[in-house]
Design a protein around this ligand. Structure first.
Ligand SMILES: NC(=O)c1ccc[n+]([C@@H]2O[C@H](COP(=O)([O-])OP(=O)(O)OC[C@H]3O[C@@H](n4cnc5c(N)ncnc54)[C@H](O)[C@@H]3O)[C@@H](O)[C@H]2O)c1
Length: 343
């Protein structure tokens, strides 16, 4: 079996490559190695940028240092694939409003290029969207609890209205990718899925303030740096551990039931920023310093996925609870402190 993982050197992508390599597949990580968000973490970015690449090389994954916006090159790598997992993206809301053209070309043109290739070669593909495409009007449906925002019903399904509220370029680009996947399913009857992903976390995630908040908190807490919360800290997500995400990718390959799917931990993994910091403090057995700043434009303060569609059609459900996943993440950070030294 031959698997192409776009964004293979990224967080979700590198775990996907590892999984398929262990299954005995021939795996290509197709990635231009930009990792935009690392520009702003203040961590030792060069070491971090190449950490996943070195890891992948060690386990025998082929790296194609190429760009998804270059369709010809992409096609030459993708055409003989049995499965494509599209994780390459400009994933951060902040960067999307600072550089909308980068956001558009990566998330819209890049995804469109892949769709044209899978149309030509009839290759199954899963593409990563985000729950942000539902929009932040959901913020008006919540009330403030002691440590987190609360909504009834707690979980939100794929039928919920989309892109409502204050929009940023990321909303537009990720929704466009998701919409095009559905369009290619309907028009060309292709085995495709768009996964609307909740907040992800796990090892090999170099979370900054722009993207990957659980890892950002874990790294800062282990390193003794102050944590920054934008807003009240009661923002809540049904966080998803990366091994569960990879299993969802594989579940789609096995079932090939086309469609859009909410992929998250659901009610059992719903956690606020404040609760997550408390959990990290418990795990580390130390207090961390927290600084508050005003909330950011576009922020979605609540989301929990109703994953019944994925359960029904893909036979998939998240398994890893926050205490287990965050403990594993913290252990990985502890073993790799050298990656996170602020220069
Ligand atoms: N991490 C999360 O919490 C989260 C939440 C919701 C959705 N998602 C989505 O999941 C996917 C994976 O996210 P991630 O956290 O692994 O991101 P990541 O930033 O760790 O990985 C993305 C990878 O894509 C690569 N890339 C960027 N532009 C490229 C281009 N033009 N050509 C080739 N490669 C390119 C980057 O170098 C990077 O390695 C993205 O689509 C993201 O929007 C992530």
């Amino acid at each position: 079996m031959k698997v192409l993982v776009t964004g293979g050197a990224g967080f979700a992508g590198s775990h996907t490559c590892e999984y398929y390599k262990k299954q005995g597949a021939k795996v290509i990580a197709y990635d231009n190695l930009t990792k935009f968000e690392l520009r702003r973490t203040g961590y030792s970015t060069e070491k971090a940028r190449f950490y996943n690449v070195d890891f992948l090389k060690k386990i025998g994954v082929n790296i194609a240092k190429e760009d998804i916006r270059d369709r010809k090159t992409l096609e030459s790598y993708a055409k003989s694939s049995d499965y494509i997992i599209h994780t390459a993206a400009q994933p951060a809301m902040t960067i999307s409003w600072e550089d909308p053209e980068l956001d558009f070309s990566t998330n819209v043109v890049g995804t469109f290029n892949l769709l044209e290739i899978v149309r030509k070669y009839k290759i199954p593909m899963v593409s990563c969207a985000t729950i942000h495409i539902y929009g932040n009007k959901i913020n008006q449906e919540v009330r403030e609890g002691k440590t987190r925002y609360i909504r009834r019903p707690e979980e939100i399904d794929e039928g919920h209205r989309l892109v409502e509220g204050v929009l940023t370029p990321l909303h537009a680009s990720k929704r466009t990718g998701d919409l095009y996947v559905q369009t290619y399913i309907d028009t060309y009857k292709l085995p495709l899925a768009s996964f609307r992903l909740t907040g992800l976390y796990g090892s090999r995630q170099f979370g900054g303030e722009d993207h990957g908040w659980v890892a950002n908190f874990a790294i800062r807490a282990v390193m003794g740096y102050p944590l920054v919360i934008f807003g009240t800290g009661k923002q809540a997500r049904d966080i998803l551990y990366v091994s569960d995400l990879v299993k969802a990718f594989d579940a789609f390959f096995k079932k090939q039931k086309p469609g859009v799917y909410n992929i998250g931990g659901g009610r059992p993994t719903l956690i606020s920023l404040i609760d997550c910091i408390q959990l990290i403090e418990d795990i580390l057995d130390k207090k961390v310093e927290v600084k508050y700043q005003v909330s950011r434009m576009g922020d979605l303060i609540y989301f929990a996925c109703d994953t019944r569609k994925a359960e029904r059609y893909l036979g998939w459900q998240a398994r890893v609870l926050p205490r287990v996943g965050v403990t594993e993440l913290v252990e990985w950070v502890k073993k790799n402190k050298k990656l996170f030294k602020i220069s």
